[in-house]
Design a binder for this molecule. Structure first.
Ligand SMILES: N[C@@H](CCC(=O)N[C@@H](CS)C(=O)NCC(=O)O)C(=O)O
Length: 213
């Protein structure tokens, strides 16, 4: 059996975590079976595959289940090494990549969730959002991608959250272009990749979903 024959992804279309996994699989050219999950009525398959967190995404491969998006992306990188690596090979660069991906989980996700759940005052949340992205912009500098010339792990961790730029701009009347021009240019470069543009949700749809909650 080839690797590809046994790959299944349990996911939900608008999940930024699931999108990371879809982008990583696309970068590696891996075919897989896509199983959309109803998160309000969780399937036996999901509960059995991720008994600890009961969340998507879950990658099923050769009879094993792998949970937590960043761990799944690292797994994909290790199992399909023949395509360009997602993580750098040098230990410090790997640690740095993991540091920033963890920052995205802790800071970007948390701040984005406040807007998504309409918690707190939009302008305060937007201020925090801009501060977070200014730190990311410092790390990006003048590089093409976070890992330099090659699209990789930090890019994959962060890129699903760019669809929130529009909602922040509408809700808090800010301009990401003015605040973080290098990040906006990076986001455009990422969107030129088929795996990224196929995975991400339309920012206007996200904004409508936030308004309708
Ligand atoms: N840290 C997890 C987060 C996964 C997560 O939050 N998944 C959400 C969808 S975006 C989920 O399954 N929610 C259903 C629930 O928590 O009951 C990861 O990186 O995979």
């Amino acid at each position: 059996m080839t690797h590809e024959e046994a790959v299944v992804l349990l996911d939900s279309l608008i999940s930024p975590f699931g999108q990371r996994v879809r982008i990583a699989l696309a970068e590696k050219g891996v075919d897989y079976e896509y199983k959309v999950q109803d998160l309000k009525n969780k399937s036996e398959l999901l509960l059995k595959s991720n008994p600890v967190y009961k969340q998507i995404p879950v990658l099923m491969h050769n009879g094993n289940t792998i949970c937590q998006s960043l761990i799944i992306v690292q797994y994909i990188d290790e199992v399909w090494p023949d395509k360009a690596p997602l993580l750098p090979t040098e230990p410090y660069a790997r640690a740095n990549a993991r540091f920033w991906a963890d920052f995205v989980d802790k800071k970007v996700y948390e701040c984005g969730s406040k807007l998504w759940k309409r918690k707190g005052e939009h302008h305060e949340t937007a201020k925090e959002w801009v501060e977070i992205f200014k730190l990311l912009e410092c790390e990006l500098g003048d590089k093409k991608y976070f890992g330099d010339e090659a699209f990789g792990y930090i890019d994959i961790a962060l890129v699903p959250f760019i669809v929130l730029f529009y909602a922040f701009e509408q809700c808090a009347k800010l301009s990401m272009d003015e605040e973080c021009p290098k990040i906006v240019a990076w986001a455009k470069r990422c969107m030129e990749r088929e795996g990224v543009s196929n995975a991400l949700t339309d920012p206007k749809k996200i904004y409508e979903m936030i308004l309708s909650q």
